[in-house]
Design a protein around this ligand. Structure first.
Ligand SMILES: *Cc1c(COP(=O)(O)O)cnc(C)c1O
Length: 345
């Protein structure tokens, strides 16, 4: 393992992983949609996947590929794919991997739009149990013969319930279930989802990774821990020679290529610059959130503050184990009965 700190690694990642042209320290923003091939054989080899090449930038482009290498490195994964938004990463990956008749075990507390997307999956004939992910028995008891995956956020946005990642990771490993973890609220260096046996990690690059509110983006990272040969939904066409690539290949084809939620090269460049300072920003954001949570906790108009860093939080102990470097920067509050939220603000 490198002796370099998280920020040093991020600052050098683009140059080291992507060798930008002209010796640049950043990959350039490459706007070409199409790419030239010298001869017909070159096109055939690229289309048949025999030679790695950018063909049409809905599926891959130099700037997005550069960011993907950096995201994979940051999450210590095997491979990743970037999308236009976090929602696009989540919806594309799920639509690429699950089918009608499959059963999912999903956290009852999710980012609202993700929860809404799972309701759409119900309409498509996918069966879902929404469970308490802080309680491994609640998760385990809902497993059926047709269960294919468990989906949770590390810390639920915005109610801050903390998932029992350790318990769920072991449960998924034992039963060959895909363990899908949305790590948007606690990105590295706070929490490495792979350490808790996540199979696929989702992150909204729009939030802490990009960090400046100037670009939308999302990513799915394959940690390399899941054995895709045990997943019944990989189509023969995507059962490539390297079995570790089955999942990301199917997400790339059926998710990114067919659904088309492509990240723009400009956004990829903005996000990759933002990423360099995320370690510093996250540390400060966690510190500020803890001060704010403590302050609000003593406020006479507030009945309850939800923040995993507070000792009274129901999963404070688990949170301390899973996120020893900081409890994230999301918190929510409940006002005392009768308090007017508009006037309070
Ligand atoms: C914001 C968010 C998303 C969606 O990301 P977008 O980039 O806004 O589409 C998904 N999950 C969580 C936990 C989020 O906070």
């Amino acid at each position: 393992m490198s002796k370099e700190g998280f920020t040093t690694q991020r600052v050098h990642a683009d140059r080291r992983l992507n060798s930008p042209e002209h010796g640049g320290v950043h990959s350039s923003t490459s706007n070409s949609v199409l790419f030239e091939f010298k001869d017909a054989q070159g096109i055939i080899d690229a289309f048949q996947g025999k030679k790695a090449a950018h063909v049409y930038s809905r599926s891959s482009s130099p700037s997005v590929a550069a960011l993907q290498n950096m995201v994979t490195d940051m999450e210590q994964g095997l491979a990743s794919l970037c999308f236009a938004t976090g929602m696009s990463a989540i919806s594309s990956a799920l639509l690429a991997l699950v089918k009608s008749g499959d059963h999912l075990i999903v956290s009852q507390y999710l980012f609202g739009n993700t929860r809404s997307f799972f309701s759409s999956l119900l309409d498509l004939g996918i069966e879902i149990d929404f469970v308490d992910v802080s309680n491994i028995d609640d998760v385990a008891n809902t497993r059926r013969d047709n269960t294919v995956a468990v989906y949770t956020e590390t810390v639920a946005n915005p109610v801050t319930q903390v998932a029992d990642l350790s318990g769920i990771g072991e449960f998924c490993e034992k039963h060959d279930l895909l363990f899908m973890v949305d790590n948007t609220m606690t990105p590295p260096p706070l929490l490495i989802a792979k350490s808790w046996k996540a199979s696929l990690v989702f992150t909204s690059l729009t939030k802490y990774v990009g960090g400046h509110g100037n670009a939308l983006g999302g990513a799915v990272i394959d940690t390399g821990l899941f054995d895709w040969t045990r997943f019944a939904n990989i189509k023969p066409a995507y059962q490539v020679a390297d079995t570790a690539q089955w999942g990301i290949t199917q997400i790339k084809k059926r998710g990114l290529r067919d659904l088309g939620g492509t990240l723009s090269p400009e956004a990829a460049s903005q996000i990759s610059i933002g990423m360099e300072t995320m370690g510093l920003r996250m540390a400060k954001a966690c510190e500020n959130a803890l001060s704010l949570a403590s302050f609000l906790d003593n406020h006479d108009k507030i009945k309850h503050v939800y923040y995993p860093g507070l000792k009274a939080h129901p999963q404070h102990t688990v949170a301390s184990q899973q996120m020893p470097k900081g409890y994230g920067a999301i918190l929510s509050i409940e006002l005392v009965n009768g308090a007017d939220p508009v006037a309070f603000y």
